[in-house]
Design a protein around this ligand. Structure first.
Ligand SMILES: [Zn+2]
Length: 156
């Protein structure tokens, strides 16, 4: 293990959070490397000092004040955005909105027309299928007359 690899793991090594094999490798390195051993000693001293510090208490209403400040920031953010926009941004916005609306309406109309057309086509196919149904009926029968009438009506 290199010094860099060891020093990256020193904190976890002190906390006993390393895997057994890795902890053993770090330990072996520390025994032969004075630099890393010194680094470990330094870290241990810092941790010991941190441990002696009294716990810091948050000032009263700390959370409420932080939240209020955050709300101010957010409101300020929107206000600043409005300031950044040019005085008359409405023309290009209106034009592009108009183009967008046109495209949307065009697309809608196209879809509507094609769906109407396909509905028509499917009803024609249905009628044709019904014709096929009557196809082997005897000539001069009522169904043959119906088919003839329907065909005449359809060809109009
Ligand atoms: Zn080392």
């Amino acid at each position: 293990m290199t010094c860099k690899q060891v020093q990256r793991r020193l904190s976890a090594f002190m906390d006993g959070q390393l895997e057994a094999t890795i902890a053993r490798q770090v330990n072996e390195h520390l025994e032969v490397c004075p630099a890393c051993a010194a680094e470990l000693a330094r870290l241990q001293k810092v941790w010991a000092l941190l441990g002696t510090l009294p716990p810091v208490e948050a000032p009263p209403f700390f959370a409420a004040r932080v939240l209020a400040r955050a709300r101010e920031r957010r409101a300020g953010g929107i206000g600043r955005l409005a300031e950044l926009l040019p005085a008359r941004p409405l023309m290009p916005v209106a034009v592009s909105a108009g183009i967008l609306a046109g495209v949307l309406i065009g697309t809608r109309l196209g879809t509507l027309v094609s769906s109407l057309r396909s509905q028509q086509e499917s009803s024609v196919t249905q009628v044709t299928a019904e014709f096929d149904h009557f196809a082997d009926l005897p000539p001069g029968s009522l169904s043959e007359v119906y088919v003839a009438l329907a065909a005449a009506n359809n060809s109009k």
